[in-house]
Design a protein around this ligand. Structure first.
Ligand code: GMT
Length: 376
């Protein structure tokens, strides 16, 4: 049965926006009508794709408002689109403010409109600790018809922190393996001035404090003591100056590449030997999955949802948070045993194609929509 689905997410670079956009694209391919209701065109959404529509939320600057009311503008746009396009579902990514705006829209439109809320992490593990927001987040969750979270760890954290009895189902993230796959990238290392014999470590994030990119530099310094390697840093964010400072302090300027936000992630991952994500908070770690799809072993910390994505010693390694020595040792052991590194990479790719297969995850969301619609 074809559904009319509204999707709201943060449209800028970030895992939740990427997942929401990729989900919308696949749902459209499967024949559903997908309406993105966001403040700007989502980062990965191309225009003119069949069955996909974009409705921009505009906030008017009336002088009576000291703060432009985005959440109300969003609710109003959601209600307008829901009525005109006969939406069945509003699928919002992030509890605040999106689930709250969806609830208001539903009050305006009627009970036939169902709200599905997906929790991505930051809305719980960061905002959930703010006492001024906690009750609001709980309200958004309780008012949703169906709630999902991107890892079991996030389900447990949400239930513990918010003391909500609302059932929350785990629906893992996925990557499009038509976009992320091991690509032949002959000559790419030379383009960056990297020698063929040099090993490549890669880190991708938004350089927020929770990503602990300074640990990445500490671990890389230890690797460099034993191996001729380079480090690719992809992404941008608030901790960039601190990281830059540390790179200079260690004299690693020539072997650490600050690449900023990149469109050719598939190629850069395919050129790399190992990926690191050493965060202190991470509900899932979508960039891990992108690397695994490119046949890369990933070393991640033992926090949040990361151990649900990487199987330790099987398709990557899990290390204790802050243990940069272990990160370096595991990396060096992979560099010394190329057969093992490649074997782990193959297992990582296989895991992406099975446990996190796009087809299966999107079908799981379709089941969630039908479940929400079947409840009165
Ligand atoms: O990690 C971030 O800073 C961005 C954030 C977001 O909202 O995009 O990522 C969250 O959602 C991603 C997609 O589900 C997850 O892969 C990330 O682990 C999660 N980030 C945190 O939990 C810190």
């Amino acid at each position: 049965m074809t559904l009319n689905i509204g999707i709201t997410c943060y449209p800028t670079v970030g895992g939740s926006g990427v997942v929401a956009t990729e989900l919308g694209k696949v749902l459209a391919e499967r024949g559903h009508n997908v309406h993105f209701i966001t403040s700007s065109l989502p980062f990965r959404l191309e225009e003119n794709v069949a069955n996909i529509y974009f409705h921009e939320v505009e906030v008017n600057q009336y002088s009576v408002f000291r703060y432009p009311p985005y959440d109300l503008a969003l609710a109003s746009k959601m209600a307008e689109v829901a009525k005109r396009e006969s939406l069945d579902i509003l699928h919002v990514h992030y509890a605040v403010p999106h689930a709250i705006s969806a609830h208001l829209a539903k009050e305006m439109v009627g009970d036939h409109l169902k709200i599905v809320t997906t929790l991505h992490g930051t809305d719980i593990t960061v905002l959930g600790y703010d006492p001024s927001l906690k009750d609001m987040i709980r309200f958004g969750i309780n008012k949703s018809d169906y709630v999902t979270a991107v890892s079991q760890d996030l389900v447990h954290q949400t239930q513990e922190l918010l003391q909500t009895s609302k059932p929350i189902e785990t629906v893992y993230n996925f990557v499009d393996q038509r976009l992320y796959y091991p690509k032949q990238v002959d000559g790419l290392k030379a383009e960056y001035g990297i020698s063929e014999h040099q090993r490549v470590v890669v880190h991708v994030s938004n350089f927020r404090r929770v990503k602990r990119v300074t640990d990445v530099i500490d671990a890389f310094r230890l690797v460099r003591e034993k191996e001729d390697a380079v480090l690719l840093l992809i992404g941008e964010g608030p901790d960039l100056p601190v990281v830059d400072e540390k790179v200079k302090q260690y004299g690693l300027e020539d072997v650490v590449y600050f690449l900023g936000n990149q469109k050719r992630i598939n190629e850069l991952l395919s050129m790399s030997d190992v990926k690191w994500l050493l965060s202190e908070k991470e509900s899932f770690g979508l960039t891990i999955l992108e690397a695994m799809a490119c046949r890369l072993p990933v070393i991640g910390t033992d926090i949040g949802g990361i151990p649900e994505v990487i199987e330790d010693d099987e398709n990557g390694y899990i290390v204790p948070l802050g243990d940069t020595r272990q990160v370096a040792e595991k990396t060096l052991s992979l560099f010394q045993d190329e057969e093992k590194r490649q074997e782990m990479g193959r297992k990582a790719e296989l895991r992406t194609a099975t446990v996190f297969a796009q087809e299966e995850i999107v079908a799981q969301y379709e089941r969630v929509y039908h479940q929400a619609l079947s409840e009165t």
